[in-house]
Ligand binder design. Structure first.
Ligand SMILES: [Fe+2]
Length: 297
């Protein structure tokens, strides 16, 4: 089972930096087991200067996470890690930016987006490559937490193709693993928005097999929420009782009047979760905005 335990693995980059990190080597910081961070669309480029806004945004977010009195139980970076087409240099820069989280022993979980290249990603962030993939050519995982299980899916269809797809094999794997974990709420993460459940219903880059996925999710009452990026905006919707959370991009937005860059903190309770948005622009209306969601029963 591909439980994501990235913080315990060796973290090796092509740049020659080899950092062997374990929890034992890190100072014991208190972990809040009901608190997780969601970042997406980091879009880090090989040639971004250190002072450019895109890497600076990710650095700011990483610093904020490490400055909190307690650490989140998981940090998920939900796809489009690389700038445009998943070059090795992009992942090398990305790896450097997330190193402080690794060094602090924070469990970090990465998913693939349409601007990623799975093979290059594995080539640079070697510790991410599973020895025996449970879904062929897909980067998936399950993160067990006390009050929820997080299912991390891979919706990358093809690098630089805006649409995403899970495919039958991954959907079957998901159904089986959901059935094996029906005792706790399930939160599903993938980069692409489903083409369901309100705006952005018709966003052209959405998940092609949204209908097939939703048949699996809706039939299993313990599935409570689907969390995605890709839109570079923030919105909340629901379909068949499953919350759909479109979380802000870390990197940039299309229109600064309507959107802001940032990240999302989830506080998971027994009957729902509270989602708090943090923006890099301190005075943006989204900064500190909270959304309390109840789980369907
Ligand atoms: Fe995307």
């Amino acid at each position: 089972m591909p439980l994501h335990l990235a913080s315990r693995r060796q973290f090796i980059t092509r740049l020659g930096a080899i950092v062997a990190l374990t929890h034992a080597e890190s100072p014991a910081a208190e972990v809040d087991e009901d608190w997780i961070a969601v970042l997406n669309d980091t879009h880090i480029g090989a040639r971004h200067p250190e002072t450019a806004s895109i890497p600076a945004n990710l650095r700011t977010t990483v610093s904020w996470l490490l400055s909190q009195p307690k650490r989140p139980a998981a940090v998920i970076i939900n796809g489009d890690l690389a700038l445009r087409d998943g070059k090795a240099g992009d992942y090398g820069h990305f790896a450097r930016l997330i190193t402080p989280l690794r060094e602090a022993g924070v469990p970090l979980h990465l998913t693939m987006g349409n601007h990623d290249d799975r093979a290059v990603f594995y080539d640079v962030l070697k510790s991410e490559k599973p020895r025996a993939p449970v879904v062929e050519a897909r980067h998936v995982g399950i993160v067990p937490l006390p009050r929820a299980n997080l299912f991390l899916l891979d919706s990358l269809k093809q690098t630089m193709i805006s649409q995403g797809v899970l495919g039958g094999t991954q959907r079957q794997w998901l159904a089986k693993e959901l059935d094996a974990r029906a005792d706790k709420p399930a939160l599903v993460f993938a980069h692409h928005n489903p083409r369901l459940g309100g705006n952005p219903r018709n966003f052209p880059g959405g998940l092609e097999d949204s209908e097939e996925l939703w048949r699996i999710l809706a039939a299993r009452k313990h599935v409570k929420a689907y969390v995605h990026g890709h839109i570079h905006h923030r919105s909340f919707a629901a379909h068949e009782g499953i919350h759909i959370l479109n979380t802000p991009a870390t990197s940039y937005v299309a229109d600064k009047k309507t959107s802001a860059t940032g990240w999302t903190m989830l506080r998971i309770a027994d009957d729902g979760a509270e989602f708090t948005t943090h923006t890099h622009q301190p005075d943006h209306a989204w900064n500190g905005a909270r959304e309390a969601l109840k789980w369907r029963v």
